[in-house]
Design a protein around this ligand. Structure first.
Ligand code: SF4
Length: 338
């Protein structure tokens, strides 16, 4: 498609001036032009995304740990998720107790991580879960020097206020995909319901962590739409996942995202959001492999999760930390995040 190739120098030059020099993210049409760049432009694109990240975020990489307080048995039907109780996937409801939560926070802090995110597979928290959070956050704060984040689904205003009062400083709630594709992926709640929780979190003063999954069957145009919608929300952090098709889920047979498309997407999201913490999340091992982790970190990514993901095994913590050392990217210190 020669007309697209002809646009390549234009969009890269435009991004260099707008994003790298002025710190203004690309709009939806510009993001789409980046996603359509040919493979021959990928090295230049990744270099630009890396330059943007270094210019507007700096060299530090945020390391985070994640623990599941309640795993599996969720009443929602997100088609990619093995924690839904509506599919035949093998993850069944399990609750963690408070001593195990504190132990996990200690192990996470020992890796040098500054963030410890408590996750529960629920539509939204009930009283029991909020009480467990209150006890868990208190116990962690007494025992471990680490910031506590939470991911508990959709919230009411009262629950937002309660989490702030507990001292939860960041809340994760993913939009998962763009508004126009969301009904193909989730039918038990709407994109707008997720958006409204995110607005309440933002107004509460908690940091907003919001991302999604690529490779759900969305088009390239919808990928650009999603990046633009995230940029409008302007989250503090964006976890970017690539679908790891889980057996027994409705998307269990989908192909994994091609490695080059994944790198192009990482760079495009960075150019849409020059200042956000852009984190590699689940699925990167199968999409990118070890080499891709390195290329992603040199192509716009500036946060990683250490250790296990929620339902599948990630790379060992030490492999990521060795890689950061190798790339001369310092791990962000706790004092720098307060
Ligand atoms: S709400 Fe969360 S845990 Fe529940 S099915 Fe959807 S993604 Fe999975």
């Amino acid at each position: 498609m020669p007309e697209i190739l002809d646009q390549a120098p234009t969009i890269l030059d435009r991004a260099r001036a707008k994003v790298l020099t002025d710190g203004v993210g690309l709009d939806e049409a510009e993001i789409l032009a980046v996603l359509r760049l040919g493979d021959e432009h990928l090295p230049e694109l990744l270099q630009l995304a890396h330059d943007v990240r270094m210019a507007w975020c700096g060299p530090e990489v945020e390391v985070e740990g994640i623990v599941s307080l309640k795993t599996g048995g969720c009443p929602e039907d997100c088609h990619f998720c093995s924690q839904s109780g509506l599919f035949t996937s093998p993850v069944r409801a399990v609750w963690l107790d408070i001593p195990a939560l504190v132990e996990s926070a200690k192990q996470t802090a020992a890796t040098g991580a500054t963030e410890f995110c408590i996750v529960a597979a629920v539509r939204g928290p009930d009283r029991r879960l909020m009480d467990q959070m209150r006890d868990g956050v208190k116990a962690i704060k007494e025992a471990v020097d680490i910031q506590v984040a939470a991911s508990l689904g959709m919230l009411t205003q009262e629950q937002v206020d309660e989490l702030v009062e507990m001292g939860v400083h960041r809340y994760n709630h993913n939009l998962e995909t763009c508004a126009s594709y969301f009904p193909n992926v989730v039918t038990t709640h709407s994109w707008e319901e997720r958006w409204s929780t995110l607005k309440m979190v933002r107004e509460s003063g908690m940091e907003v962590c919001c991302g999604g999954i690529l490779g759900l069957g969305e088009t390239i145009e919808q990928r650009a739409e999603f990046a633009a919608q995230l940029a409008e929300l302007d989250p503090h952090e964006v976890p970017l996942n690539f679908l790891n098709p889980r057996p027994g889920t409705p998307l269990g047979d989908r192909p994994v995202v091609d490695g080059k498309d994944a790198l192009r997407a990482i760079a495009a999201f960075r150019l849409a959001m020059p200042r956000t913490i852009l984190r590699f999340a689940g699925g990167r091992e199968i999409t990118l492999g070890d080499l891709g982790t390195r290329e992603g970190l040199l192509g716009g990514i500036n946060a990683v999760i250490v250790g296990n993901y929620l339902t599948t095994l990630g790379r060992p913590a030490t492999a990521d930390l060795d890689l950061l050392d190798d790339l001369k990217m310092p791990v962000k210190a706790l004092s720098a995040t307060l």
